[in-house]
Write a protein that binds this ligand. Structure first.
Ligand SMILES: NC(=O)c1ccc[n+]([C@@H]2O[C@H](COP(=O)([O-])OP(=O)(O)OC[C@H]3O[C@@H](n4cnc5c(N)ncnc54)[C@H](O)[C@@H]3O)[C@@H](O)[C@H]2O)c1
Length: 342
């Protein structure tokens, strides 16, 4: 396995992941899965039977599992299994499993060792890396949680073979964001991918590297790490508006639309040229059909944008000064938003 950055490993073969985990955990770790990763990823992970003595804890799939109720159930299961500080927890799943599992492991008996094995593109390039763990609470996302790094993150694209296409696209939005805020080369490389996103795995490790470098300089999210929020001030608002509707908006699609709007803001504020903004927008829209999200009115979005944690007495966005360079704490007014949102 190749170490992409501190404690984050990359391999093309699941057997390397198995070997790495086995060396650390032995044959009987706790493995946290959701319904889908139980069916699709656990058989791949345990194909040679090394972990037949493992105890599996399964949670329902979906965002609803990032709750106090499910956390309590998992803490109880760990208690019943007599887990102690020498036990290892392996979080095998997407961002829901790694966020919840990281939080549970970090708080149970003041912390047991855990390993993240991300199985969605979003969790490979984003959620499993960087040490943010937590659950939703009182209707607020990631409201309760801790910064806590896993012992290892093992990224292997073999897990993606069973992942539905819309979830591949979901993670791709964050990869585009990594290019825009951190590396023009990465941005240029991603554009070479066909709209089917075939070959996207080739760029996972560069995406992770960009995120990890930023996290290393600002682990507790008090400055530079906010660059990773590009597209998210508007994206989170789009997601929140979508919550009231029949069809749930996937995070990556909301972020893609958010990046389009925030790129227009960059041009409006003279940070980048109109031509650059149009080029960026065209690339994003080549991969994401988000016309319905772009037609949400500024009146609907504003109350949610005001809730963003980056705001002070005014709205603060992360914007771009050029492709590959994010700028944190850029003041944005409601009037400016009204000029660029339909
Ligand atoms: N901690 C962070 O820094 C961070 C960053 C970004 C996102 N997140 C969090 O990540 C979560 C979203 O993560 P996600 O998009 O991975 O969602 P998810 O974990 O809900 O996974 C999406 C769906 O894919 C299924 N699945 C997972 N792996 C599969 C596989 N290999 N084959 C088939 N199905 C599979 C899951 O069961 C689920 O139904 C959100 O809660 C978000 O807040 C956290």
């Amino acid at each position: 396995m190749k170490e992409i950055c501190q404690s984050v490993f990359w391999t093309e073969s699941v057997s390397d992941v198995v070997e790495h985990c086995f060396d650390l955990t032995g044959e009987a770790p706790i493995v946290l899965v959701d319904e889908s990763t139980h069916d699709h990823c656990w058989p791949l992970f345990n194909q040679s039977g090394q972990f037949t003595k493992a105890d599996l804890i399964e949670i329902p799939q979906g965002e609803e599992s990032k709750s106090l109720e499910i956390a309590e159930q998992v803490w109880s299961a760990l208690t019943n299994l007599h887990v102690n500080r020498s036990t290892w927890v392996i979080n095998l799943g997407g961002g829901v499993v790694t966020d919840l599992g990281g939080f549970i492991s970090s708080t149970f008996k003041r912390g047991v060792n855990f390993i993240n094995i991300p199985t969605t593109l979003l969790s490979m390039v984003d959620a499993s890396v960087g040490g943010k763990t937590g659950i939703n609470f009182g209707g607020f996302k990631n409201h309760i949680g801790v910064f806590s790094l896993p012992h290892s993150v093992c990224i292997c694209p073999e897990f993606l073979t069973t992942l539905p296409e819309e979830h591949i696209r979901n993670g791709f939005a964050e990869m585009l964001k990594h290019g825009l805020i951190g590396s023009e080369d990465h941005w240029n490389n991603l554009q070479k991918l066909p709209t089917t996103l075939e070959g996207v795995s080739d760029y996972i490790s560069s995406s992770v590297q960009i995120k990890a470098d930023i996290v290393e300089r600002d682990f507790r999210d008090s400055g530079e790490r906010m660059k990773l929020n590009f597209g998210h001030s508007v994206g989170h608002a789009i997601e929140a508006v979508g919550m009231g509707q029949e069809e749930h908006v996937l995070h990556g699609y909301a972020v893609a639309a958010g990046m389009v709007i925030e790129t227009r803001l960059c041009a409006l504020k003279g940070l980048i040229s109109d031509e650059q903004a149009k080029d960026i927008e065209a690339v994003i829209l080549q991969y994401f059909e988000v016309s319905n999200l772009l037609s949400i009115s500024v009146e609907e979005l504003l109350p949610y944008i005001w809730q963003d944690k980056k705001n002070t007495d005014h709205m603060n966005f992360t914007l771009l000064s050029q492709i590959g360079t994010g700028l944190v704490n850029q003041e944005v007014t409601a009037e400016e938003l009204a000029q660029i949102i339909a």
